[in-house]
Design a protein around this ligand. Structure first.
Ligand code: ZN
Length: 471
């Protein structure tokens, strides 16, 4: 939240902006001045002072509108009491047009939390702003019309028309023929929120892109979080859906595109409450994979700037895929030992992060269609319901989130399940960290078959999914 104050004092004409860093002052003044002049108002021939506080950089063009309105009120073009408890969001065009801005949804949300429920926003962002419950939204297209409306008290507020409906899923799991073990792995990951790795030359992207169609719809809070992040990136669809988002960054994506920068969230945050799909995962740079790993471990991205810090949430399911070696598909391998070794090393690093691994095989035609997304989604929803009931008075929603200590003390598995995993641990098949990951998946398998807690068969199934391509 920024507070903008303006003062116009007769005397030596000048412009003084106190607050945001000096670099943007001149361009900001020029933009606001052009917009005011081209809206038919005079630029006061006086000493003008505008303060913006707190002075957190980057105070972008989003504050243009607030500055222009404050200045015009100080110059007696409208009564100051009309704007004292209103929030203004928007960039100004040189012609006085109010241009759409990124992040209107979280901005209006922040206003509500600060006790300001009235907001003037660019008219093209009105539907987005109206997503904030309880906010009174006044859309504005031009500065001149806005000032006239404020002066006469004749602004129309905006009511979002039409129900927020969920569009039908475009992609269906039925399209993926064969690949039974991969389909099963996808279902288990959807039910427990586990990370998935797919190895081989097959329809990895097809499978990943169909994962949202079997995930339960986002609850209201999650949908709001997703909406705020997507609004900050300027890619919010209105009305926002309840489907889990999916991001598929290419391996050539920059680190900033992946983890974000000070002014814009990256792919790992746009995948928040949804999934991040890394195709050809070992082709990503170490740096990129490390950024993804940090996000997985902490559930957020923290970026430190010169004098402020930005935090973006980043809780997502990771779906990664790889071929056996970088050249697979050419028929014969002509990779140099160095390339193959580097690929394998990154593969190994990645595999530490996922609970479920599976092999995929090319699609063969003609093929029998698989089960539809609706059928699988019903089973996933039921399994998630069981986990949610069990975790009702905890901060966790899915099996993947339950910490190791809680698994040991609060949610004991059946003796047979623990015995099996312990022997895998003793024989060196599992590390102690992997032990916990496999145990989490065993809980999901138990949820999928409607059992109260994991038995021997669930542990065995989870172990198989962990070993994946190696087994
Ligand atoms: Zn090769």
């Amino acid at each position: 939240m920024l507070t903008v104050e303006a003062d116009v004092t007769p005397g030596l004409s000048g412009f003084n902006l106190i607050g945001p860093p000096a670099m943007s002052t001149a361009s900001m003044r020029d933009r606001v001045r052009a917009a005011i002049l081209n809206s038919g108002f005079d630029w006061p021939d006086a000493s003008i002072t505008i303060t913006v506080h707190p002075a957190i950089p980057p105070c972008g063009p989003m504050a243009d509108l607030a500055m222009a309105v404050a200045l015009l009120a100080a110059a007696r073009h409208l009564p100051p009491d009309r704007i004292a408890t209103t929030m203004f969001v928007g960039e100004l065009g040189l012609d006085g047009r109010i241009r759409p801005a990124r992040g209107v949804l979280p901005a209006v949300g922040a206003g509500m939390r600060a006790g300001i429920s009235t907001a003037v926003v660019p008219d093209t962002c009105a539907d987005e702003a109206a997503q904030v419950p309880g906010a009174e939204i006044f859309p504005a297209a031009r500065l001149a019309d806005l000032i006239k409306g404020l002066r006469e008290g004749s602004l129309d507020n905006h009511v979002l028309v039409g129900p927020v409906t969920q569009p039908a899923p475009a992609l269906d799991l039925a399209d993926v023929a064969g690949n039974h073990s991969a389909r099963r792995a996808l279902e288990v990951c959807a039910a427990g929120g586990h990370h998935l790795f797919m190895l081989g030359n097959g329809p990895a992207a097809m499978l990943a892109e169909r994962l949202p169609s079997i995930l339960p719809p986002l609850d209201l809070d999650a949908a709001r979080e997703v909406g705020e992040i997507h609004s900050a990136a300027g890619i919010l669809e209105v009305p926002p859906g309840r489907r889990s988002p999916i991001r598929e960054p290419h391996y050539t994506a920059t680190l900033a595109a992946l983890v974000g920068n000070l002014s814009r969230p990256g792919a790992v945050s746009l995948a928040h409450r949804g999934l991040l799909y890394l195709a050809d995962a070992p082709e990503f740079t170490w740096q990129a994979l490390d950024g993804v790993r940090r996000a997985i471990e902490t559930g957020e991205i923290v970026l430190a700037g010169h004098d402020h810090t930005v935090r973006y949430p980043a809780e997502f399911m990771l779906v990664a895929s790889a071929r056996h070696c970088p050249c697979e598909g050419n028929g014969r391998c002509d990779c140099t030992p160095f390339i193959r070794r580097r690929y394998q090393a990154r593969l190994t690093e990645l595999l530490q992060r996922v609970e479920v691994r599976t092999c995929i095989e090319p699609l063969h035609w003609p093929a029998v269609a698989g089960e539809s997304s609706a059928t699988v989604a019903a089973r996933v929803l039921e399994a998630r319901g069981r986990a949610a009931d069990r975790l009702a008075d905890t901060p966790w929603r899915t099996n993947a989130e339950v910490p190791a200590s809680e698994l040991r003390v609060r949610f004991p598995a059946e003796h047979g399940a623990i015995e099996l995993l312990r022997s895998a641990l003793d024989s060196g098949l599992l590390t102690s960290e992997a032990f916990i990951r496999v145990l989490r998946v065993a809980w999901t398998l138990a949820d999928l078959r409607g059992a109260g807690r994991p038995a021997h068969q669930d542990a065995a199934g989870a172990l198989e999914l962990w070993l994946g391509h190696e087994g």
